[in-house]
Design a protein around this ligand. Structure first.
Ligand SMILES: N[C@@H](CCC(=O)N[C@@H](CS)C(=O)NCC(=O)O)C(=O)O
Length: 319
């Protein structure tokens, strides 16, 4: 029996843009919730997180896992940054410093996990994903939901200081939701819409949107340490993962080059650097080698030579 050909799903250079040349990110399909008393009950060691250090959505999950002190409760596996024809590989298929083998099934690629969970799966093989060892399936592959579960569902297993840390506090939910509503399409996904556009007009529209939204974010963060409510929330995590990749990758690879963060957005730069240098959950979840190698290597339709630029030097400025 020959294996089913899934290369149209795993090879990003074969993904089709919309008719107008714009890029459309499809919704995630595994959307179950880990919650006490539910089918997916929170238990130590039951769930496994798969991430790439390169991916901003996966990095959200890594940061929140660490902020909440979930390292012993939810183990993590890191893929190799070079996403090729079969999608994300594990270290045995493509060794890279900092990449791991799959400890659960010895899978060669992330796609093997998706097809194990559902042999008819017909969407993209994305990270992050949370695997359940009891039901042998993917619980959830949508980072915005994964970070909400990490925020609350395991609190009864955590020491008081970690349980009390609330990244989506009731009192600030409306404001966080309002920020997420434009940060996601205009910044997090906006840079991809600029970079993956295959028509001049679609690119220009996307890149203008990115910079108008950055201008707005710069105003909001001016004079503040956090975006909402004077405390660290998921709004910071969700914006931060894109801002930290901006100068090393999005300025060049995705042609978001009106300005850099370091030279054009002093307040966003100050906020980004403070989180990176003063909070290990951010620094330890950031691997610039994986980030730069991933983007510049994995999109040969954008960068056919696969040369990874050396700069910017440094990748992030000191405090
Ligand atoms: N909605 C998802 C998006 C995740 C996503 O698109 N991840 C990218 C990496 S940055 C991926 O794994 N892409 C693989 C592919 O499209 O083949 C989330 O936020 O979790």
């Amino acid at each position: 029996m020959t294996a089913k050909d899934t290369s149209h799903l795993s090879d990003i250079s074969k993904s089709k843009p919309e008719a107008d040349g714009s890029f459309n990110r499809l919704p995630s399909v595994f959307r179950d919730f880990i919650k006490p008393g539910g089918k997916f009950a929170p238990e130590k060691g039951r769930y496994h997180l798969y991430v790439s250090y390169a991916c901003p959505w996966a990095t959200r999950a890594l940061i929140v896992r660490k902020l909440k002190g979930l390292e012993d409760i939810i183990p993590v596996t890191v893929v190799s940054p070079r996403m090729g024809q079969n999608g994300w590989p594990f270290a045995p298929a493509d060794a890279f410093p900092g990449a791991d083998a799959d400890p659960l099934f010895g899978a060669e690629h992330v796609k093997d996990l998706y097809l194990r969970a559902n042999p008819d799966y017909d969407r993209r093989f994305t990270v992050p994903l949370v695997w359940d060892k009891v039901h042998n399936t993917i619980v959830n592959n949508e980072s915005s939901e994964i970070i909400r579960m990490f925020n609350t569902s395991f609190n009864h297993l955590l020491p008081a200081d970690k349980a009390e840390l609330d990244l989506y506090p009731e009192a600030h939910r409306a404001e966080i939701d309002e920020i997420n509503e434009w940060v996601y399409p205009e910044i997090n996904n906006g840079v991809y819409r600029a970079g993956f556009a295959t028509a001049q007009e679609a690119y220009e529209k996307a890149v203008h949107t990115v910079f108008s939204a950055l201008d707005k974010a710069e105003k909001i963060i001016t004079g503040k340490d956090y975006i909402v409510g004077g405390q660290l929330t998921e709004a910071d995590v969700r914006l931060w993962v894109t801002i930290v990749r901006f100068d090393p990758v999005y300025v060049g690879h995705f042609k978001c080059n009106f300005k850099t963060i370091r030279n054009g957005y002093p307040e966003l730069n100050r906020w980004m650097k403070a989180l990176y240098w003063k909070n290990s959950a951010f620094k330890d979840s950031t691997n610039f080698d994986h980030i730069k190698t991933h983007y510049y290597w994995s999109h040969p339709h954008i960068n056919p030579t696969r040369i990874v630029p050396v700069g910017p030097i440094p990748n992030i400025e000191p405090l």
